[in-house]
Design a binder for this molecule. Sequence first.
Ligand code: SF4
Length: 310
Amino acid sequence: MAAPPTASADDPTAVSLRLQAPDAALPDAQRCLMCLRRCSIATGQAGYCHSVVNRDGRLYSTIYGLLGEYGIDPIEKKPVRWYQPGTRVLSLGSLGCNLRCGWCQNWEIAFADARTPPTAPRMLPGRVVAYAQQHGCAGIAWTFNEPSIWVDYIYDCAQAARAAGLYTVLVTNGMFTPESIDLLAPWIDVYRADFKSLDDRLYREHTHVAGADGIRDGIVRMARHGAHVELVTVVMPGYHDDEHLARMARWIVETLGPATPWHLSRFVPYAHVTDIAATPDASIAAAARIGRAAGLRRIAEGDWYEQDHA
Ligand code: SF4
């Protein structure tokens, strides 16, 4: 059983991470075990996501309950198409990220530095459930920025949500460690994960990590825990040719099964990546044909939700 969070002595809004361990190689450092970066953080320093700090030898989250963005959405907007369609979710996002993809649509909050005194509102777990119920939501989603840097808050919220009969959704880049998946999985109903690539090149060139092995392992691990898994691939010119898409589709069929939903989205130049052309609609249709030929039965193409509700 994970210990409950405790507040930092000099910042009552910061809570001690459940998932941390001493760094055996560096006596002054603690290792954060929430995401696959596994940052080693010395006293007075912060991790890559800027939301975890080492204060006097312990790691604290500075974003517990801190909302960079929130709102009420149809679950289809996450996008999740094959879990309780027609219901609404309370969507919660915080500040910071562990990948910082250059084309991020939410870069204002994902690239934010949560070490500085935050001005965003806070919503603690008990209030989250009440807010969701008051607004007719059937579930809660952690989305907008990356939830694998927000594990303690999600753990506390998700248990309260389950007790109140609400479902729970993680909308993630897949950077959860095995430890954080095993901690959260009993309380998570839906794992909506990015499946960016089977090859490491895209991750190396755009997300500042070496590769995707741990991300794929996490998807499989969450599925084995029993979560409903939906995958999203942003089809990018220069990174997803037919052969690569066919391998990705086969991996889904062989690893997770042919009923696994696969969302195929267009890349759109944005933020810090404007030198790659937008994906033509025809490429999404072609990718969907490749997926169906591999045996996948649930493929969502491009802006399917907007088209269905135009
Ligand atoms: S959540 Fe990830 S990026 Fe942030 S400090 Fe922990 S290991 Fe580093």
